[in-house]
Ligand binder design. Structure first.
Ligand code: IMP
Length: 198
């Protein structure tokens, strides 16, 4: 069995990813590894932020690890909030304030096309070799609703309706969200890659 450190303490993300992991991999969170740091996300791309998180944790632990960074990209806002999704309305990562800001900016706007994009960065070392870096991407296309719908999930889930559904992510349970989810698509690629390493 491979142990793999996931560089997050976001319980929603861990639960989503755990629901996809087979028995051959044991996923450990930062908390479970006894690491208590807030890793900055200072870069302009999801890829660079994902690498920053994974490489910071790899240098602390020397353990194979992966990180993920996700952004909501709204066409009418030129791709915003994008890499700034967590702090769109301010430094305190307030989900409700972020949603309110997006809804205000899109008020009466006819173009509501958006997508979630997840980038996973894996640092993987075999035997005593230095780690190699691998990236995996998952995209979920959809639309921003005109108001909040549903109570489940987290972040922008109440205002994002994926293509092929008329429900927001927050009106779905985790299984339903996984059918569409950007994170699910990126994680599936990660585990297809890792399955070859068993
Ligand atoms: P980060 O990847 O944790 O930096 O997330 C960036 C922002 O996107 C945060 O505000 C998250 O709440 C939000 N976010 C990430 N993934 C999802 C998702 O699956 N649904 C809704 N919001 C998300």
């Amino acid at each position: 069995m491979h142990t793999l450190l996931f560089t997050t303490n976001n319980k929603n993300k861990v639960a989503e990813i755990q629901s996809l992991v087979g028995p051959d991999f044991k996923i450990i969170t930062l908390q479970e590894a006894g690491i208590d740091i807030d890793i900055p996300e200072p870069h302009d791309t999801l890829q660079e932020n994902a690498f920053e998180k994974a490489s910071t944790i790899y240098s602390l632990t020397q353990q194979n690890c992966f990180s993920e960074d996700t952004g909501l990209e709204i066409e009418a806002l030129g791709g915003a909030p994008g890499v700034r999704s967590a702090r769109y309305a301010g430094a305190d990562r307030d989900f409700q304030a972020n949603i309110d800001k997006v809804l205000a900016e899109l008020k009466n706007h006819p173009n509501r096309i958006a997508q979630f994009r997840t980038v996973i960065c894996l640092l993987w070392a075999e035997e005593n070799n230095p780690p190699k870096t691998f990236y995996f991407e998952g995209i979920c296309k959809g639309e921003i609703s005109s108001s909040m719908m549903g109570e489940n999930g987290f972040g922008y889930d109440p205002i994002f309706v994926p293509e092929g559904s008329n429900k927001s992510f927050a009106q779905m349970n985790m299984e339903e969200k996984n059918v569409f989810s950007h994170r699910q698509k990126a994680v599936t690629q990660l585990f297809e890659f890792l399955a070859k390493k068993k």
